[in-house]
Design a protein around this ligand. Structure first.
Ligand code: K2U
Ligand code: ZN
Length: 173
């Protein structure tokens, strides 16, 4: 397993929907292992395959606290099949593809997510709290959506301009 480079905005892949996983192969299992290594190294509590440049609908999550045993989850082709429509939750979000930028985002408080596990079984999970926020953030990624897209146009444009300028400076070196 290995730690893989994380792509940053304005990479166009981050705004592109990823492709469904059709079969759980050894390649998919190795990808999930690399994603977990990369997430723990960042550190983060979630990561989508697109963030290491792989356009597959695969996410990993571990919201276990610092002093708790690791609880890695691998979700293939994850989709929200139900979300609370009366209870919402505001959480400060960051993104490993948008370093050092944090903003409050409001999302449904509870979600039910259907996915395939590494054994190829279809499963469902009911989530609330930070797991709900994290799953929604990662499922956004596989749909080509960033947490910036939940902010005002003014805030979104300001951040995109900053990272676009930085990318141009990097390319000019
Ligand atoms: O997808 C990612 O970029 C990893 C995200 C996942 C996440 C974002 C917002 C809220 C919860 C999870 C984070 O960068 S992981 C770092 C982190 C950890 C706790 C709270 C906020 C950000
Ligand atoms: Zn993110």
């Amino acid at each position: 397993m290995s730690i893989r480079p994380i792509i940053l905005i304005p990479d166009p892949r981050l705004k592109t929907p990823s492709e469904p996983v059709t079969e759980v192969t050894d390649e998919i299992r190795a990808l999930a292992a690399d994603m977990l290594d990369t997430m723990y190294d960042a550190p983060g509590i979630g990561l989508a395959a697109v963030q290491i440049g792989v356009m597959k609908r695969l996410i990993v999550v571990d919201v276990a606290g610092k002093d708790e045993p690791k609880n890695p989850m691998v979700l293939i082709n994850p989709e929200v099949v139900w979300e609370s429509d009366e209870e919402f939750r505001i959480h400060e979000e960051g993104c490993l593809s948008i370093p050092d930028y944090y903003e409050e985002v409001e999302r449904p408080a509870q979600v039910r997510v259907r996915y395939m596990d590494l054994d190829g079984r279809t499963r469902e999970i009911d989530a609330d709290g930070v797991l709900s926020t994290c799953l929604q953030h990662e499922i956004d990624h596989v749909n080509g959506v960033l947490f910036l897209d939940h902010l005002s146009r003014l805030k979104r444009d300001r951040v995109m301009k900053k990272f676009t300028k930085a990318a141009k400076r990097e390319a000019a070196v």
